[in-house]
Structures are given as C-alpha cells and as structure tokens.
Ligand binder design. Sequence first.
Ligand SMILES: Nc1ncnc2c1ncn2[C@@H]1O[C@H](COP(=O)(O)OP(=O)(O)OP(=O)(O)O)[C@@H](O)[C@H]1O
Length: 315
Amino acid sequence: MIELKNVTRRFGDTVAVDSINLTIETGEVCVLVGSSGCGKSTTLRMINRLLPLSAGEILVDGEDIATMNPEQLRLNMGYVIQGTGLFPHWTVARNIAMVPRLLNWPKKRIDERVDELMTLLDLDPVTHAHKYPQQLSGGQAQRVGVARALAADPNILLMDEPFGALDAITRDNLQLEMLRIQKQVRKTTVFVTHDIDEALKLATRIAVMDQGRIVQHDTPENILRHPASDFVENLVGKQDRGLKLMSLRPVRDLMTLHVAPKQMAPGMEGIKEEDSVRLALSVMLWQDLHQVAVFNAQGQETGVITRERIIQEGV
Ligand SMILES: Nc1ncnc2c1ncn2[C@@H]1O[C@H](COP(=O)(O)OP(=O)(O)OP(=O)(O)O)[C@@H](O)[C@H]1O
C-alpha cells in the first residue's frame, strides 16, 4: 500500500503538487489523469524519491520513504517512462537484466527470468534478445521497458505515460497486454496519463488532478456516473458517457447463456466473454445483426448477446 499524506512539491514559486492525500491499495492500478502541467509526473517521481517532497510524507506499507535508502526503495519499484529510457548500447536481454544483475542474481536465474519476461510481454526471445533498442519498433521497445521494470519482481510499478508516444493501434494493444499481465502479476501500480480513455480502461481507481490537487479519486464507473465537478465532467466528456460506460462492462454481464457450450462452427464470427458491451454493439451495428455469438477462452460458444438486451439494460 502507498499512502501520500499532505504531499506538496514546489519549484520556486510554482506549487506543482499542492497538499495531496492519496491511498493506493495493494494490487490496485491507480491512474493519475489530468491536463499537462497538473502535477502527475511530479507526484510519481516523489514516490520513488527521484524528487524530494517540499512537505508531507509518503508511506510504503506503513514505512516513511524518507527513512529508506533511495536505491533500495527503487529496486522495489519498477519504473517505466515514455520513450523507454533503454540503454542504446545494451542488448534487449541486458537491458531487461539490469536490476537482477545489480542484485547479483546467478547468471542462470537471470537468463531464465529474461526469457520468462520476454515471453510474458509477447516478444520472442530467440528473435529479439540479442537486438539493440534501435532495432526494435516503438511498441517492442516499450514492451522491453515494461519487462525491465518487472525484472526483479518489484511490489510496485510506476508508469509515466508509458504508451504516450505510440500510434493508436500499438497503444491499444499494449493497454490490453497490460490488463492481461496485471491479472497475472498483480502489482500495485501508479500510472500517469493525460488520456482519459486510457485511464478508464486500465484503472481500478482514477485520481483526477487539476493544478496540483486531486479533484476526484474514485472508480472509473463512479467518475463517469458522478463527476465531482464541471472540470471532471468535461474531462470525461459529457456526450459520450453512455458509450464509455458500455466500454467498462463485459459482454459476460449481459449475455444469454446456452444450456451447454457448443463447439465453434468453422468460419463462425463472434466476440469474447470479456470483450466490452460497446464492442458487441459496434459489431452488431456494423454487420447489421440483432445478436452475436459469444465465446469463452477455450473457443467454445457459450451464449449470445442481443441488441435488445443492451438497449433494454441501458447504462
Ligand atoms: N524540474 C522542474 N523545475 C521547475 N518546474 C517544474 C519542474 N518539474 C515540473 N515543474 C512544474 O511543475 C508543474 C507540474 O509539472 P508535472 O510535470 O508534474 O506535470 P504533468 O501533469 O506531469 O504534466 P505533463 O503531462 O505535461 O508531463 C508544471 O507547472 C511544471 O512546469
């Protein structure tokens, strides 16, 4: 658990972070969102002591970080930044192995860990381990950045606009990867973005920042349903809130189950149980269908979702 208590950071006369209080529970993904200059990165950089606090305190699992050795603290906090920060003259494998090497892990254990992480991040070790960062695409480099942050299995992951420089499709893929990985490794994560859609997709709770303050801290659903101010309402978008709420809801919630799962017919199209209701509706509108088949992870057809049910249910 990470607790920020009355945390302030000034740069000269600028109050970048203004007496914020924030608790991030173990295993949760807290997304800091807000417009440029509102203090998101400064907040993140205080958590791993890259920046000192002007006032207040930050506790990790009840312990004040000011009393901890900064290097030790950072070894327990993976840090991913935009543009990756990979060392250009090191191979992918060496970049990922950076922290385990600092911790003097035996070579065999490091090699196994690099392989394991590359596989987790969907990077084929045989193809990519010996490449240099400039031989990778932006999306691949960002995956290496995430693998490096996870290498020594830290309890905490700090991510500062990690997907900000990527094209929309690559960003979307990496967001999905992140959700998948988070299910497996459950890190306490603080994620900075200025993109509200990214925040809604990834967060268990969102902290909306404005001018150095936290103006709302709540679940994505509550932020959409009950924005605390005009500022938050404008940030989430007044008009398309209905669709955004549909994005948060899995098809599983509204599908009609078959009596028993069926084998998928060849060439049959459908959507997955964990896909969003919004995607289901989009598929139906595009293909002019009134219902669409739903599949589980094993590829069995487990039910259908209908337009009528979605409209009836509302948001
Ligand atoms: N090293 C610094 N020296 C002086 N002022 C700084 C410094 N770092 C940040 N600031 C100021 O503090 C405020 C908050 O900056 P911060 O980078 O935390 O915002 P942000 O929300 O992360 O913005 P962005 O999304 O653009 O990165 C801004 O007014 C910024 O100009």
